[in-house]
Design a binder for this molecule. Sequence first.
Ligand code: ZN
Length: 243
Amino acid sequence: MSDTLPPSAETALVLFSGGQDSTACLAWALHRYARVETVGFDYGQRHAVEMTQRLAVREAMIGAFPAWAGKLGEDHVLDIRSFGAVASSALTEDREIEMTERGLPSTFVPGRNLAFFIYAAALADRRGADVLVGGMCETDFSGYPDCRRATIDAMQSALRLGMERPFDLQTPLMKLTKAETWDLAHQLGGDKLVEITVAESHTCYQGVRDELHPWGHGCGECPACELRAKGYEEWTAGFTGGQ
Ligand code: ZN
């Protein structure tokens, strides 16, 4: 990736949940920016495992990549439980994961990514970071309207206007399939980063970590596990990023 990603002196704040996508985003930012901090959100998720695995991913990356360790700054966790209490979903309540009557999965948390960016921007302003990095993706589209680049563009405009700061909202996974996200991790950090992603990152909606599959831990049946497993299988089958 070094030919396409020129280094930048800028500071980036990565929206980091500890999942496969945000792990790839963190590596992408560490490759590209001089200084990188991470932010996670406690919005009353059903499963605390996300919050422990995000630290495990950071530690594993620090241990495996000395060049990145020197760039990786503070981790922040913002308590936005009051938001989680307003926006109900299958991620914050004990509800079935299914399609709702308005055609969105019950895992959709209305306005979640918008709230994440507002909180992240307020933090970034304090931390002197102009770049915000998020793992939103419209390719493996689960029907989340706040994952679309058009939504992110509108958010970027709102934040620039509302905070008088030249925010740059980067979404490096926006056009990638899940197979291409595995490939991006491999390009950025080789087998080591793929191994860290498999062993430490957590994506499963059910919070299951007792079973290790080739693609990582998870129940293997929820939509997040299905996407992750399918992408891994496509990538290991020789998928080369659309060539
Ligand atoms: Zn699962």
